[in-house]
Design a protein around this ligand. Structure first.
Ligand SMILES: [Zn+2]
Ligand SMILES: [Zn+2]
Length: 254
């Protein structure tokens, strides 16, 4: 199994893309602006999208992608998330006002897009590639994902602030290889990090101290304009875990 980073920034501009990861050729985890870098042929191969939460930086490419490739496909794209997140997408995105409801087009018997409800702790097995929603603690209903190839596991925090349940999952995952965790703000914006339910470097260090096993750690969702400051603070506060900044194009092998 291979997971390629398409976007891992908290914003756009220049080379920056918002959150999305391509799993093999057919699955996305989130669908931020990075999805737009795929070719039409690559977009048409995507059968499943696992959504962490409904914030625009994580879902903005779903409407364009489905609209672009629907005529090239003979089966629907499946949008996986919790009932609460799917309801937000139905009410506020695919609501015929912001974008057409592709779960009803061309008709509800054979639509271009279908929703599939997940519950936290529940595993979706796609040909031996296992996706489990794990709790996140954000300002809207949100999850992270544990991806298990059978050989090793990749844990993505999603957007979250302090989250003991994430560490319970990490510590219970014997084959954990990679952890991707957000740090959206620098320390001087700690109050904004708390209010918007994200992390800053001091909070990241305190969270990582709950990890009881070794893993390669990558930091994601840094705010544009604060990348160097935030990474230098992380290098000071969380040095013992050797976290690296996630970058577009990086590939994880599971
Ligand atoms: Zn968010
Ligand atoms: Zn976000």
């Amino acid at each position: 199994m291979r997971i390629k980073v398409l976007g891992c920034s908290g914003g756009i501009g220049g080379d920056l893309r918002t959150t999305s990861m391509l799993v093999d050729e057919d699955i996305l985890i989130d669908a931020g602006t990075g999805v737009g870098d795929l070719s039409i042929e690559q977009l048409a191969k995507i059968d499943h999208i696992f959504v962490t939460h409904a914030h625009l930086d994580h879902v903005t490419s779903i409407p364009f992608m489905v609209d672009t490739v629907c005529w090239m496909r003979d089966k629907p794209v499946t949008i996986h998330s919790t009932a609460a997140t799917l309801q937000v997408l139905k009410d506020h995105l695919f609501n015929w006002k912001i974008w057409p409801d592709f779960s009803q087009i061309p008709d509800s018997d054979k639509p271009f897009m279908v929703y599939s409800e997940l519950t936290v702790g529940n595993t979706v097995d796609l040909g031996g590639r296992k996706f489990t929603a794990v709790p996140a603690n954000h300002v809207v209903p949100a999850v992270g994902y544990l991806v298990d190839s059978g050989k090793s596991s990749f844990l993505f925090s999603g957007d979250t602030t302090v989250n003991d349940e994430l560490w319970a999952v990490a510590n219970a995952t014997a084959n954990l290889k990679y952890l991707v965790i957000e740090t959206a703000f620098s320390n001087k914006e700690k109050s904004i990090a708390i209010a918007s339910k994200h992390l800053c470097p001091s909070m990241l260090a305190s969270e990582l101290s709950k990890l009881k096993r070794s893993a390669e750690i990558f930091v994601t969702h840094l705010k544009p304009g604060e990348v160097q400051l935030t990474m230098s603070e992380i290098e000071k506060e969380a040095a013992k875990w050797k976290p690296r900044m996630l970058e577009n194009g990086y590939e994880f092998q599971l």
